[in-house]
Design a protein around this ligand. Structure first.
Ligand code: ZN
Ligand code: ZN
Ligand code: FE
Length: 757
């Protein structure tokens, strides 16, 4: 051989553990006849290959270019080292020392090959509910510590049988080093229990399916927690589930067996189908078919259905046996965290369910289903949890030291910033109860442990009453950074888009504590990661009764009409319904007792919804605004005025006045609702143009929960683009408060960098 023998060492970073990366490397090296080894280490994967220079070069290219589908290679550093004259290629045991930068992979939906085995009567895994391989299966939810090896997962309790061990050790097998490998003779087992916890005889899946068909509510232990399941077509049972779960109207998600079934219920576009069928398997919000055979109580008054496909063999088998779409909603009561521990599930769910379909593999980390919409053919996250968490977002510049973003209150997540990555936690829920607070502190401890860090800086919201704020203030030996809520939204959207420049932020949401002590929520900011300025905002009005006004949207309608017309407002249905409460609320607002000032976009939409609709109370945050969006008839072109005053106030009173007068003249509510949306979009665009004039900024970020309203999003973005702006929307983290922990961490890091320089 005339060619030189060389040896190269590659350090591969990214999501490269638990995704079949080592078998892939083994195969690649063996095929090329290269010697060396591959090994997981705390920073990712280390590969050394030795052989002819040409083959070593080709290997280096293929290492990234041909990486397995679930791997996300973020960086490869390569160095030439001295050849050792080795022969053969080996997979070495993991190294556990050093700083822990390696992400644990997210959970992955069952792959086609595993599903084929599960359905194959001749396979030894026929109908085995825990079948998985290096390309699919549980990951984050079973991992106790890093590196991601079986001994560090809840599968450690199940010693492999000889057949599984042979597959696990065979580099040519699809299950080579598949940590959760299992089969019917060695792995976890299903059980069906009645409501009192007594085992029921028979095949657990068939019997559970029979119960579901007969109208039972069954708790089903899944990947990240327990679901509550029932027949989605039967109104009686869905209504019963609502009563027992104490969830009045918030839509339930459905699981359907196949794409074909999804098409029977909804009208997905190709991009939506791709997200639905992706290995992350989120719930996708899809426009429902008018003829969809779904009980009215599944998603009352909603034009959308949240659908997902089965993501474990258990789900596939259950859906097949049930032969119909199932409601599959998180196992909890109202907005508590999802139950994931067996004893806890029995305590909390016994009063809701008729039976438990459960198993003996522990869930270490609770993880709700993720929720995604599709905007412009791209995913637009609403809840980022199972299938996504804890996959880090790469950030630039890196965090100067470990930072924790403590999050806000509703739709809570937290964020750990380490080096060049931001790890956003799974969804924790509304941080208002003891149970949610416990879930929060567990999540902090878990992420700190698996990533091997102790945050030196904790960023928290300005709101003094948030439990996340109080928790942060109780931590000792850390530096605290207060981050204004809407600045956190702005920073979150910047980081989401890999940006750090100064931009205009159109931040619209329900509630955020302002630097002036009032409640903000419709804000035109100019800012970057370090700082912000409030350029314009919605005219503040009193919020009569505080949170009671959030539950009763007509209260804001009263305040707006009072501001617009004084004692002589146009006659509208909403006033007649309120009766004498209307005057009482106005007196409350006038006296200013328990009526804090707010510039909230959520409350502006509440007022409009109350004028257009027939609802006096809502049962979940954002419900009135969601209904207003659905009511709006997109075909109508006019827009109500939403002027920007000389002192930087967006005049919501003028906007609501125009809406009220139009409705009083007999304009149909769907047209009026559309003109309201277009008016908001036009007013925001005017405010951005004024900001550009003053600040010379050409980019606008859209963040805050109100941007879940796609009609507003489309209309505003279109106008901004037409006006020559670059518009950034969320793509990887939610626009709502599920994304603010990321923004908090980024702001704190920017402050530290400024201090250092
Ligand atoms: Zn598989
Ligand atoms: Zn086995
Ligand atoms: Fe917010």
């Amino acid at each position: 051989m005339s060619e030189d023998v060389v040896r190269e060492r590659h350090q591969v970073r990214g999501v490269v553990q638990g995704v079949g990366f080592r078998p892939f490397v083994h195969e690649l090296a063996s095929r090329a006849g290269l010697a060396g080894f591959v090994r997981n280490d705390p920073r990712g994967v280390v590969v050394e290959v030795e052989g002819p220079a040409e083959a070593v070069r080709a290997f280096a290219c293929a290492l990234t270019a041909e990486a397995p589908p679930l791997a996300a290679v973020e960086a490869v550093t390569t160095e030439r080292i001295k050849p050792r004259g080795e022969t053969g290629f080996r997979i070495l045991p993991s190294r556990h020392d050093g700083a822990r930068g390696t992400p644990i992979p997210p959970d992955v939906g069952t792959c086609e090959e595993c599903l084929t085995e599960v359905l194959d009567p001749t396979s030894r895994r026929h109908r085995y509910a825990f079948t998985n391989c290096t390309n699919c299966g549980p990951r984050y939810t079973i991992t106790i510590a890093v590196p991601y090896d079986r001994s560090n997962t809840t599968m450690a309790e199940f010693p492999m049988c000889a057949a599984c061990r042979a597959e696990y050790e065979d580099p040519t097998d699809r299950r080579f080093h598949a940590q959760p490998i299992a089969c019917p003779s060695c792995g976890p087992r299903l059980a069906l229990l009645d409501g009192a916890g007594r085992p029921l005889p028979g095949d657990p899946i068939d019997r559970a399916a029979a119960l579901l068909r007969a109208g039972a509510i069954v708790a089903v232990k899944g990947l990240g927690g327990y679901h509550l399941a029932c027949d989605a077509s039967c109104e009686d049972v869905v209504a019963r589930l609502r009563r027992r779960k104490r969830r009045e109207e918030k839509p339930f998600a459905l699981m359907v067996a196949s794409i074909a079934d999804a098409r029977r219920l909804a009208e997905p576009c190709p991009a939506e189908l791709a997200v639905l069928a992706s290995p992350r398997r989120p719930i996708v919000l899809l426009r429902r078919r008018a003829t969809a055979p779904v009980a009215p109580s599944v998603a009352p008054g909603n034009r959308y259905l949240g659908l997902m496909l089965p993501y474990t063999p258990l789900h596939h088998l259950l859906l097949d046996a049930a032969g119909r779409p199932l409601v599959l909603t998180s196992g909890n009561r109202s907005d508590e965290p999802i139950a994931h521990d067996d004893d806890d599930a029995r305590d909390r769910l016994t009063s809701i369910v008729d039976a438990f379909l459960t198993h003996d593999r522990r869930i270490h980390v609770r993880c709700d289903d993720s929720v995604v919409r599709v905007v412009d053919g791209q995913p637009y996250p609403i809840r980022r949890s199972r299938g996504f968490a804890p996959q880090p977002l790469l950030v630039d510049p890196p965090f100067p030291q470990p930072v924790l973003g403590a999050g806000g209150e509703l739709k809570h997540t937290l964020c750990l910033g380490i080096d060049d990555r931001a790890v956003l936690s799974h969804h924790i829920g509304d941080l208002e109860t003891w149970a949610a607070m416990a879930a929060f502190t567990q999540a902090v401890a878990h992420l700190n442990r698996v990533f091997g860090v102790r945050p030196e800086v904790i960023a928290h919201d300005l709101h003094p009453e948030y439990l996340s704020t109080k928790w942060a203030q109780d931590q000792e030996g850390v530096e605290l950074v207060e981050v204004q809520h809407h600045h956190a939204h702005l920073a979150s959207c910047l980081v989401d888009n890999g940006r750090r420049d100064r931009v205009i932020g159109l931040i619209l949401d329900g509630t955020g504590f302002g630097t002036d002590g009032t409640i903000w929520g419709c804000e035109v900011l100019a800012g970057d990661l370090a700082d912000f300025e409030r350029l314009a905002h919605l005219t503040p009005l009193p919020l009569p009764g505080g949170t009671a006004a959030v539950r009763e949207p007509w209260r804001m309608a009263a305040v707006y009409l009072d501001a617009a017309f004084g004692p002589d407002p146009p006659e509208l249905e909403v006033m007649r319904r309120a009766g004498e409460r209307w005057e009482q609320i106005l007196q409350l607002a006038h006296r200013g007792v328990n009526a804090p000032l707010t510039s909230s976009a959520g409350r502006l939409f509440d007022a409009a919804a109350a004028l257009c609709g027939s609802r006096d109370q809502v049962s979940y945050e954002g419900q009135a605004a969601a209904e207003l969006e659905q009511l709006a008839d997109p075909g109508t072109g006019s827009a109500y005025p939403f002027p920007l005053t000389a002192d930087g106030q967006l005049d919501g009173v003028a906007l609501i006045a125009a809406l009220a007068e139009d409705l009083a003249r007999g304009r149909p509510p769907p047209e009026a609702a559309a003109a309201f949306h277009l008016g908001v979009a036009a007013g925001l665009t005017t405010a951005c143009a004024a900001a550009r004039e003053r600040e010379g900024l050409l980019t606008v970020v859209l963040s805050g929960g109100t941007w879940q309203n796609l009609m507003l999003l489309d209309a505003t973005r279109q106008r901004l683009v037409d006006a020559g702006f670059e518009v950034l929307v969320h793509r990887r983290v939610p626009p709502n408060d599920g994304g603010i922990a990321l923004g908090q961490a980024a702001v704190a890091a920017a402050h530290r960098r400024d201090d250092a320089s």
